[in-house]
Design a protein around this ligand. Structure first.
Ligand SMILES: [Zn+2]
Ligand SMILES: [Zn+2]
Ligand SMILES: [Zn+2]
Ligand SMILES: [Zn+2]
Length: 494
């Protein structure tokens, strides 16, 4: 059993990060560093109407007491909904009917701030100790248009309409909005829909685009377990990534600036090739072998140039940014497709279409290849036992491509690595079996070849069984463990 009271970290402070965490002992990869419980959790901004008990989308289902969205009797009386239910019932403020129940409902934006305020009232000591020192970037937030939107939709709403003015003032409400904006992390709810939560200890970890810690959410009580992804020496800072690991530098830095109020200047951001992963690299269409890289990735306006000596091609950072946006929208459309033959074929066509524009390892190409690595072998017409060797090889190639990128940008034991190791075992195993069935290899050779999938499944199980057993990753971890045992047993009978 892992001790829930472990705390292998110290909190330090400096100019660069503010407060940050360092390891206070040498950590092995995968070691539990600490656990944390959310101070508050609830809907993300811009969510469509969702149940305030379980966060599944709802349509026209309202709480009989307060008149806000809940899916049924069980969620109506859930602990999560109790606080706002009482506030709304007392003040008689009901959820205003909406026409489109799938569109974002700004009315819900007040829920999580209200829960944070109610949690403060309930546990003033924890607020004082863990929330009071939190960064809120109030001055920067005040300059943004969202400030006045929050003022009306959240501060005025809670203070005036919900009659909470005697307990909370507008300044505190805005601070709470700032705490959420700067410190909350996105987590999956039990139903799989994404919500947000504030974990006071986790929030102290500094950001890096090459993180060395990972966090797993346990859905019964939304506890988080924080582990080392790699070996970490005592005294080293613990770095979490606050943005999407596979995004290109332009997109990551923009996201961090907008959501977390800082310009990342980590080693990955500063390197035009993103540490050799080429997640940002474009192909030159004006010459044969050149690639196009930013002349200064820490400046979004910097010129992008071809690397070939004799090629004069140049473009602006703004033009690259715009192009990324256009193709990203296309990739987003593909992500909306139901998993089926179309989802495979349209992605293959899109990869081909942009072959001459993007490096084969570019973020956008890679995200389509990641989806394909998971689709080949799983959809109608492409089930694993009917895939020709050529497609088995393609699935394996995409898995290996992704894994080699992860080695650099998120080294060590991460969920995505675990999932990709699991995906990779299948084509490797089937290719070996096909060769054996065709009489191309001896039983001894087959046995030897099956050691690789056994190792892949072993590693996948080790990583993924650290996740919530009910999450998709946790379930895959258990399947990996069983498949590994079966495969080993089948070899004994040889
Ligand atoms: Zn519900
Ligand atoms: Zn209610
Ligand atoms: Zn960075
Ligand atoms: Zn060129």
């Amino acid at each position: 059993m892992e001790n829930n009271l472990v705390a292998h970290y110290d909190v330090l402070q400096n100019e660069k990060y503010g407060r940050y965490l360092v390891a206070n002992k040498d950590l092995e990869s995968g070691e539990l560093i600490f656990t944390d419980t959310p101070f508050a959790f609830g809907p993300k901004p811009d969510s469509p109407p969702l149940c305030l008990g379980c966060y599944n989308p709802v349509e026209k289902a309202l709480c009989s007491r307060c008149g806000w969205p809940v899916c049924g009797a069980e969620c109506e009386t859930s602990a999560a909904h109790a606080g706002e239910c009482e506030v709304f019932s007392k003040a008689k403020v009901r959820f205003q009917p909406v026409e489109d129940w799938t569109a974002s409902a700004p009315q819900l934006d007040c829920i999580t701030p209200l829960r944070l305020l109610l949690a403060k009232e309930k546990d003033p000591e924890r607020w004082q100790r863990e929330l009071e020192p939190m960064e809120t970037h109030t001055e920067a937030r005040r300059e943004r248009p969202t400030w006045s939107v929050d003022q009306v939709n959240i501060a005025d709403f809670l203070v005036d309409h919900c009659k909470l003015g005697s307990k909370f003032d507008r300044e505190l409400v805005q601070r709470v909005c700032g705490i959420l904006e700067v410190n909350a992390v996105e987590i999956p709810s039990r139903g799989g829909f994404s919500i947000r939560a504030v974990y006071p200890k986790l929030a102290i970890a500094a950001h890096s685009c090459v993180p060395n810690i990972v966090h797993s959410i346990f859905q019964d009580d939304y506890m988080v377990k924080v582990r080392s992804a790699v070996t970490i020496n005592s005294g080293s800072p613990l770095h979490l990534s606050y943005t999407h690991a596979l995004s290109p530098t332009l997109v990551r830095r923009q996201h961090l600036l907008e959501s977390k109020f800082f310009s990342c200047a980590c080693a990955r951001c500063a390197d035009p090739t993103e540490l050799g992963t080429h997640l940002s690299t474009l192909k030159c269409t004006k010459c044969d072998n050149g690639v196009i890289l930013s002349t200064d990735p820490l400046d979004n306006e910097a010129v992008w140039k071809c690397t070939e000596k004799n090629c004069e091609f140049r473009t602006s950072g703004a033009a690259v940014s715009k192009m990324l946006g256009v193709v990203q929208a296309e990739v987003d459309q593909l992500d909306m497709l139901e998993p089926g033959p179309q989802a495979i074929e349209q992605r293959e066509a899109t990869i081909k279409k942009y072959k001459s524009v993007f490096h084969p390892r570019h973020s956008l190409q890679l995200s389509m290849k990641q989806a394909l690595a998971q689709l080949y072998g799983r959809v109608e017409g492409y089930s694993i036992d009917e895939l020709p060797d050529l497609m088995l090889e393609r699935k394996a190639e995409f898995c290996r491509l992704l894994l080699s990128t992860l080695d650099v940008i998120t080294p060590g034991d991460t969920r995505l690595r675990g999932m990709m190791l699991y995906e990779l075992h299948a084509p490797v195993m089937f290719m070996a079996r096909n060769e054996f069935s065709a009489g191309l290899i001896t039983p001894e050779k087959l046995k030897e070849r099956l050691q690789e999938p056994i190792q892949l499944l072993t590693d996948a199980a080790r990583i993924l069984m650290r996740e919530d057993p009910q999450s998709p990753e946790g379930i895959t971890g258990q399947i990996a463990q069983q498949s590994m045992e079966q495969l080993k047993a089948s070899l004994e009978c040889f």
